[in-house]
Design a protein around this ligand. Structure first.
Ligand SMILES: [Zn+2]
Length: 313
């Protein structure tokens, strides 16, 4: 038996265990919680790019793509790429890309992005990254499910990207070799850390750069089950509080694709081994998921007005 085969069998066994641990539940919030639990399990070893744990994460996400009924763009969901790590060595990453076709043909598309990688194992400790960013992937899957139930007018592209933690590499690979022309993407909606805030606050960044988003997001905030706050997109409170270049949406910004980002403020578990499923406040996370579903649907419905507003000089 080759070591390759042993590895594959071990992965299959671990995946079956994962599937058993995360039964399909009725409510979207419960499903999202089960997704976070599965993606932040110790078996996935912190989902560092190129590791067996990363492959297990992809297998789980692809299983969920299948359950939701998502279709790839072209031959398959997996889009491999090569990137330079922070120490300059070359490494392999894999993005997972799907599309929900819009009812109106030939218009603009909206991308939903979330990174599935995290920091792996460091100093013998597993960095499970439950909030960062199993929560964002779970949110993306919940949004995909909502768009399958209530089909969008525009194409919605789901981009579950790798290697964010090593310099937004998966998102940069996406925009460097996009599955559809970049000029057809009206907006990137990025999720990174949706699950933890003691003040019931979820932030949405990008309104300062794209004021056309404001009326749409004001209307979402008025009905949202969390306090949906706009901000963290200028240097007004110091450079470190400006999130414009802090996650995958920045790769889109660099290519002049409008973006909007949903996430919580940093918390004590941020980039710590304690960022585990057990430390996620479940009620807040469910409210956060409901909020990003409503926001994504509203942004998709308003996509044409955004296109006009953001391309006018
Ligand atoms: Zn992150």
């Amino acid at each position: 038996m080759t070591s390759q085969l042993v590895l594959r069998l071990a992965s299959a066994a671990a995946l079956l265990a994962l599937a058993a641990a995360a039964p399909a539940l009725a409510a979207p919030g419960d499903k999202a919680l089960a997704d976070v639990q599965a993606l932040s399990a110790d078996a996935l070893q912190g989902r560092a790019p190129g590791t067996p744990g990363s492959a297990l994460a992809r297998a789980y996400i692809l299983k969920r793509f299948g359950e939701i009924g998502l279709a790839p763009i072209g031959a398959g969901f997996e889009r491999p790429f090569v990137f330079s790590t922070r120490d300059g060595t070359q490494a392999d990453g894999i993005n997972l890309i799907a599309r929900i076709p819009g009812a109106a043909k030939g218009g603009k598309a909206m991308v939903i992005s979330a990174h599935y990688d995290h920091l792996g194992v460091r100093g013998g400790e597993i960095f499970n990254g439950a909030d960062d960013n199993a929560s964002g992937v779970a949110g993306l899957l919940a949004v995909a499910e909502a768009f399958k139930a209530h089909p969008p007018r525009h194409d919605v592209i789901l981009a579950v990207v790798d290697a964010e933690e090593s310099g937004l590499s998966g998102a940069r690979a996406f925009v460097a070799n996009p599955p559809v022309p970049l000029s057809s993407i009206a907006l990137d909606v990025n999720f990174d850390m949706l699950s933890k805030n003691p003040k019931n606050e979820l932030y949405v960044s990008g309104v300062s750069a794209f004021p056309a988003l404001k009326p749409i997001l004001d209307a979402v905030a008025a009905k949202a089950p969390v306090s949906l706050k706009q901000g963290h997109d200028t240097d007004a409170d110091g450079k470190q509080n400006n999130w414009t270049d802090q996650s995958d949406h920045y790769a889109f910004a660099e290519k002049r694709v409008p973006w909007v980002y949903f996430g919580v403020e940093d918390h004590p578990e941020y980039h710590k081994p304690t960022d585990d499923f057990a430390t996620i406040p479940q009620d807040f996370f469910k409210r956060s998921v409901a909020t990003v579903i409503a926001a994504s649907q509203a942004l998709e419905q308003g996509l044409d007005s955004l296109t006009v507003a953001t391309t006018t000089p």
